[in-house]
Design a protein around this ligand. Structure first.
Ligand SMILES: C[S@@+](CC[C@H](N)C(=O)[O-])C[C@H]1O[C@@H](n2cnc3c(N)ncnc32)[C@H](O)[C@@H]1O
Length: 319
């Protein structure tokens, strides 16, 4: 289906009122770019769904705000543009500064969204033995040993290229020998679970709090026949999960790893490994200390750019 994008240049204070106007005109949702939000962004921060945001990678507006909505072409929203602009200008009567209240209309071909994304995502070799290949790409392994992980991350986090994912994959390669049972917390696209399966893992249960991620992981598991017995569930960390496993792996931001530490302890067998990543430099000590206070042994610390990963182990005897 083809769409019309209608965007309005306004001010931060009028964003909500402008969004309401667009909803009144039939938008089912709006997207907001507010220069004020970008001022607050710090490198390495996580967004609402755990995605990592690097302001340097984002093109963004430097003043005011833009509110946009998509309308199906057959709604002919262009015929309502002047009425919408008028309502936005009228916000001044309610004490809100509407800003320039300029309305822009652009045609969006649905197909473009997919191809725009595909343009930047190509096969990536993530270790000596594993290559992540976008689901739409033809690719021939270069040797018998090369394992292929097929992925369509869609809107979920985890193309395999981010340092935090790479650190988790390295940690798995370091500790795994084959046959391990694994809990993957914050699975995103499912990349770590599928990779672990290709490395010879046994039973894997993956969790994510975000339904989009759960659906994306399920879809990616279908793309990799060797991984088809991975179980995926929507869950907040390991709340209510009482499986005893050999490995708990979690690439989530530090603030979320800390409450996960006692849960991982409960779910790990003696000598089981707790592999964490997604820890920005400033938070490394907090996470490490919470692990040692719980009783974990720190086996190895991994680092890539400003990101840290920790390989921790539950000792043989708990006392
Ligand atoms: C940085 S991504 C990691 C994705 C993938 N595992 C990887 O390594 O590329 C973090 C994921 O954790 C999920 N997440 C955040 N908070 C969570 C929670 N409380 N419980 C479960 N998953 C959570 C997010 O939805 C997101 O998919």
């Amino acid at each position: 289906m083809d769409w019309t994008e209608l965007s309005i240049m306004t001010t931060s204070e009028a964003v909500e009122a402008v969004s309401n106007i667009l909803m009144e005109h039939g938008a089912s949702g709006v997207s907001i770019e507010d220069a004020k939000d970008f001022e607050k962004l710090k490198p390495g921060r996580y967004g609402d769904h755990g995605e990592i945001v690097d302001p340097a990678d984002l093109t963004h507006i430097t003043q005011g705000a833009v509110v946009s909505a998509y309308y199906p072409n057959n709604q002919h929203i262009d015929q309502e543009a002047e009425e919408i602009a008028h309502k936005v200008r009228n916000l001044s009567q309610f004490g809100l500064n509407p800003g320039p209240a300029e309305v822009n209309i652009t045609s969006v071909v649905n197909q473009d969204w997919q191809t725009a994304w595909e343009k930047y995502y190509h096969p990536v070799s993530i270790s000596r033995f594993m290559t992540i290949v976008p689901s739409w790409e033809d690719y021939q392994p270069k040797s018998d040993q090369e394992k292929i992980l097929r992925l369509d991350p869609g809107m979920a986090f985890g193309t395999g290229t981010h340092p935090t994912t790479r650190l988790s994959l390295q940690a798995l390669e370091i500790v795994m020998q084959g046959g391990e049972s694994i809990l993957d917390v914050g699975t995103g696209s499912g990349v770590l679970s599928i990779a672990a399966k290709l490395m010879g893992a046994g039973k894997i249960h993956a969790f994510d709090v975000d339904d989009i991620a759960v659906r994306s992981a399920e879809k990616n598991i279908q793309l990799n026949p060797a991984a088809k017995d991975i179980q995926v569930s929507a869950n907040d960390l390991l709340k209510g999960i009482h499986e005893q496993v050999d490995i708990v792996v979690a690439n989530i931001l530090a603030e979320i790893i800390v409450p996960l530490v006692p849960q991982a302890w409960q779910n790990l067998k003696p000598q089981g490994y707790f592999l964490t990543s997604g820890i920005i430099k400033d938070k490394f000590e907090t996470v490490r200390d919470s692990m040692t206070q719980q009783g974990f042994l720190i086996i190895e610390t991994l680092r890539m750019k400003d990101w840290y990963g920790i390989i921790a182990q539950k000792p043989k005897d708990e006392d």
